[in-house]
Ligand binder design. Structure first.
Ligand code: PEP
Ligand code: MN
Length: 258
């Protein structure tokens, strides 16, 4: 990989307040709904997750949906709710930045900025994240090779920001029984190649609630530096990704089993 310049494989810890993502630190637990749906929903979720013990609260407010007619997220209003909910319980937040036009507001509110699978190849967005003084959570493109994912991280690093957390969220294979195919080999490979922490998202990787616990265990067994899991107060009523979301009790049980 002759053109790789900055991410040499030297181990890197990414710090968000007191939380550290990296080899010498315990796995970081990120949880929350796919999307912020209302103030009440995110307040209730933040309180329950704080009680169970999570490190970072997630919630999408600008949602990349396959259908333009599906719920697109609450936008700035959702960001206010997410921030307020997190402040009440004292947790940092992660949310997705979909578009450069929201850079200012998202980088002001979010403690970690997520780049979604669909945007991993958006090189102008990656370049502009190089100038941001917040950690970037770079999800793997659903059709991205290992090398393409490394180079996406390299774009951010080359433009000035080396605080990058990688996230394996499954890739599209020939089998659609699961939503995606979780590529766990990517975890030690990406750690070795880039030195960056790697988090696993078993929710989007499988799309199936029952598979989240076994895949979480497998992810930690192969050295993942954290888990991002979708949790909703009532998954059957979720406006997005209900079938892959856990309720509070299921998430608590999972955490006990890990
Ligand atoms: C998400 O985390 O809500 C999301 C949309 O994930 P991905 O970009 O991996 O599909
Ligand atoms: Mn989702």
């Amino acid at each position: 990989m002759a053109d790789k310049k900055i991410l040499t494989g030297e181990k890197r810890t990414v710090q968000v307040g007191k939380i550290k993502f990296g080899e010498d630190h315990p796995p970081v637990y990120i949880a929350g709904p796919c999307a912020v749906e209302s103030k009440q929903q995110i307040m209730e979720t933040a309180a329950a997750l704080k009680e169970i013990g999570v490190d970072v609260l997630r919630g999408g407010v600008f949602k990349p949906r396959t259908s333009p007619y599906a719920f697109q997220g609450l936008g700035r209003e959702g960001l206010e709710y997410l921030k307020e909910a997190a402040e009440v319980v004292g947790l940092p937040i992660i949310t997705e930045l979909m578009d450069e036009s929201h850079m200012e507001v998202v980088s002001e509110y979010a403690d970690i900025i997520q780049v979604g699978s669909r945007n991993m190849f958006n090189y102008s967005l990656l370049k502009s994240l190089g100038n941001v003084n917040k950690p970037i959570f770079l999800k793997r493109g659903m059709c991205a090779t290992i090398n393409e994912w490394i180079m996406a991280a390299e774009y951010i690093a080359a433009h000035g920001n080396q605080d990058i957390i990688l996230c394996e969220r499954g890739i599209r294979g020939f089998d659609n029984y699961t939503r995606n195919t979780l590529d766990l080999a990517a975890v030690p490979i990406m750690q070795k190649e880039t030195g960056l922490p790697v988090v696993v998202d078993p929710s989007h990787a499988t799309g199936i609630r029952e598979l989240i616990a076994p895949m979480s265990k497998a992810a930690l067994a192969c050295g993942a530096n954290g888990l991002m899991i979708e949790v909703h107060p009532n998954p059957s009523c979720a406006l997005s990704d209900g079938p892959q979301s856990l309720n509070f009790q299921e998430y608590q049980q999972l955490r006990q089993s890990l």
